[in-house]
Design a protein. Structure first.
Length: 118
């Protein structure tokens, strides 16, 4: 016996409509992609954290507005130029060690508005 597909479960925010002419339009993939702001309009904050990391220092770049691909590319560039490891998680770039000054200088050189947090 074939399993019945429940397409109504994918609808976001619409449960029932009393309008007989109502037609639900599913959002396309293009609508969910965030628009990447140009570097001049980005306001990045570069800070250092130790909490929750076994006492190790990490530099975090926050407040990037744009797609995940652009954030990943920026993270890769920063890791390469700073000569450290790191990752890109949850909209933040994490660099190993305390390299706030170097990261701010590189971001400013690339045309971003970056300021040192703490």
């Amino acid at each position: 016996m074939a399993k019945k597909e429940n397409s109504w479960k994918k609808r976001e925010g619409v449960v029932f409509s009393t309008n007989p002419n109502f037609n639900y339009n599913e959002p396309s993939d293009n609508e969910s992609v965030a628009e990447t702001l140009p570097p001049q309009m980005q306001n990045l904050v570069v800070s250092m954290e130790r909490s929750g990391r076994a006492g190790k220092q990490v530099t975090i770049v926050k407040k990037f507005v744009g797609s995940d691909e652009a954030l990943t590319d920026l993270g890769k560039t920063l890791k390469t130029k700073c000569g450290v490891g790191g990752s890109v998680k949850e909209g933040e770039i994490i660099l190993q060690g305390d390299c706030r000054d170097k990261a701010v200088a590189l971001l400013t050189q690339m045309g971003y508005k970056a300021k040192r947090g703490n």
